[in-house]
Unconditional design. Structure first.
Length: 266
């Protein structure tokens, strides 16, 4: 895509999006000027990772999986930005796919204008991605309250372990929703989580042994929010194998069934 056409798209966005460089399938938005304000989570609108938990020990190095960044109960959404962090030793982004939410607009979107490409700046070395899309033209945003998919992110698995998939609200370019007037829409962010560890391998050393049992013993019967206002001091998320917020008999049964197992996949 030529620079002249790109500047035309920027004009349609009323100078809201100013890409730094354009390739066949990539626009670097490291200096997007419109995404500078923080979001206060005071609304029923939610931006969330779907599925929230990817727990699959068969996803070994070289495997791929996809998560979606969705929005729910939003009205007049015109422009969105999603900022996500992950552990770069565990995952890399391999593909980014536009969602269907803004495609409901009566006018063209930036992804459609760019050839089904999400505006993005992905740094796999740092484990950070910045993804954005906007409606083009002087129209209202998507009427609501409405829900749908903003973007899909395909990850390549690099190693054994776990990582949060955090939607960032506090960086230079945080996750942001704007309405057709250019105003911030408040929302709550819900993060995701990936693990390909064997259930029971609390310390991540690729076996389930007495050291893991001691960690499980110390965490047993502990809880985390929202079950309690603050987590019990000995709550250990790595011992909460079903991630339901407490370390209970169901987790103990999982530990029991996996005790003495090892993995040689890595």
């Amino acid at each position: 895509m030529g620079r002249k056409k790109l500047l035309g798209i920027a004009a349609l966005l009323s100078a809201l999006i100013v890409p730094l460089a354009v390739g066949a399938n990539f626009i670097n938005v490291a200096n997007l000027p419109l995404f500078g304000s923080l979001v206060t989570p005071l609304s029923s609108t939610t931006v969330f990772v779907d599925p929230p938990h990817v727990l699959n020990e068969t996803l070994q190095a070289g495997s791929k999986f996809t998560v979606h960044v969705n929005v729910s109960d939003v009205t007049d959404l015109f422009t969105w930005q999603a900022s996500m962090n992950w552990d770069s030793s565990i995952l890399n982004v391999s593909r980014i796919i536009p969602g269907e939410f803004l495609a409901r607009a009566t006018e063209q979107t930036s992804s459609e204008a760019l050839g089904d490409v999400v505006i993005n700046a992905t740094d796999n070395a740092q484990g950070h991605g910045l993804f954005a899309e906007s409606i083009l033209g002087n129209v209202s945003g998507i009427p609501g309250p409405a829900s749908g998919r903003l973007v899909s992110i395909e990850f390549l698995v690099l190693d054994y372990g776990w990582t949060d998939l955090n939607i960032s609200l506090s960086e230079d370019f945080p996750a942001t929703l704007l309405n057709s007037a250019g105003n911030d829409l408040t929302f709550t962010a819900v993060n995701g989580y990936f693990s390909n560890k064997m259930p029971g391998d609390i310390d991540g050393d690729k076996d389930v042994d007495p050291f893991d049992f001691n960690s499980f013993r110390l965490a047993y019967a502990s809880k985390a929010p929202p079950q309690v206002p603050t987590p019990y001091p000995n709550y250990n998320r790595q011992a909460d194998f079903d991630l339901d917020g407490d370390v209970d008999p169901f987790d103990f049964n999982t530990f029991r069934l996996n005790y003495a197992k090892k993995t040689t996949a890595y």
